[in-house]
Design a protein around this ligand. Structure first.
Ligand code: SF4
Length: 297
């Protein structure tokens, strides 16, 4: 049976309702838990630095993502400029912290989605989309009307407003949040977000309620939740608590990519100022298995 992405089943009226809700939210911005309450439509900027315009840094067929997203022809990534987390160790700091990117209209963004489809990419992978939710939902609607039929991947940092995630019900097919930290002190020092884990858990529960465990057809993910977790030196992320949350409150079968590529960038606390060791990485893998997680990818 042919896969039909979620947004293809949404009526024009339902799409418009969601766009109107998001438009209201960005006039007193609470798109993410920072709740800056700036009027983005008037060009005001909050913590993320994004205003009323949409900026993207790059787009193309990407082969560095998980195999179930990359397939044969690549994941159709669109990298957004700015970020609502602004982690001090970010490897993409040019994009997320320094704002390198080009201004595009939502119509141009829709055309990029269609271009990626034409290139046979397996999905539209929106990287760091949270602060542009309003723009991206409009772009998806336009692209859908012009023939887009690929699943939408919401590739976010995990610091999400659950009320906004509820609006995305019926638009996003694959949620791919990071769960970065359970330790609030680490979240405060590295991302100025001491409530990170609480907000992330709320959002991930809602994401899972919408899309469930990952569904794969012919080796390619079509729908579901895929979690990423980056192991930090000295277990500063609090990995065990994250795995326990996933096992106990989401599903033992939830797909999780435990990542090892932490590199020290920026002005880091001394004990973090090194890559992780092989032992730290394999300890994290063992921890996940011991907690009962079965779908490590
Ligand atoms: S999206 Fe940006 S402006 Fe809006 S609440 Fe988050 S950080 Fe603030």
């Amino acid at each position: 049976m042919k896969f039909i992405p979620a947004y293809k089943k949404l009526s024009e009226k339902e799409f418009e309702k969601k766009i109107n809700q998001l438009e209201k939210i960005i006039t007193c911005c609470t798109l993410c838990p920072r709740h800056c309450k700036v009027n983005r439509l008037k060009g005001e900027k909050g913590f993320c630095r994004a205003d009323h315009n949409l900026y993207i840094s790059s787009y193309g067929a990407h082969f560095g993502e998980e195999d179930i997203l990359v397939g044969t022809y690549g994941s159709g990534t669109i990298f957004m400029t700015w970020c609502n987390l602004r982690c001090i160790f970010c490897q993409n700091y040019d994009i997320s912290l320094n704002g390198v990117g080009e201004k595009v209209t939502v119509e141009q963004c829709a055309d990029i989605m269609l271009y990626l489809q034409k290139r046979l990419c397996h999905n539209i992978n929106l990287v760091t989309p949270t602060h542009y939710t309003f723009h991206l939902v409009r772009a998806i609607k336009i692209a859908s009307e012009k023939g887009l039929e690929l699943p939408i991947v919401w590739n976010c940092g995990g610091y999400e407003n659950v009320e906004v995630i509820k609006i995305l019900d019926g638009i996003v097919d694959i949620y791919m949040p990071d769960i970065k930290y359970s330790n609030s002190e680490t979240a405060k020092v590295l991302s100025s977000a001491p409530d990170y884990f609480e907000r992330c858990k709320e959002a991930v529960r809602e994401m899972f309620a919408q899309v469930g465990n990952i569904q794969i057809e012919n080796g390619i993910a079509k729908r579901g939740l895929l979690v990423r977790h980056l192991v930090l030196p000295e277990n500063l992320a609090g990995s065990k608590e994250i795995f326990a949350f996933l096992k106990n409150e989401i599903s033992p079968d939830v797909a999780i990519n435990i990542m090892s590529q932490f590199r020290p960038y920026g002005n880091l606390p001394e004990k973090m100022n090194r890559p992780i060791t092989h032992i730290e990485y394999y300890e994290a893998i063992e921890m996940a298995k011991q907690q009962g997680l079965k779908n490590l990818i």
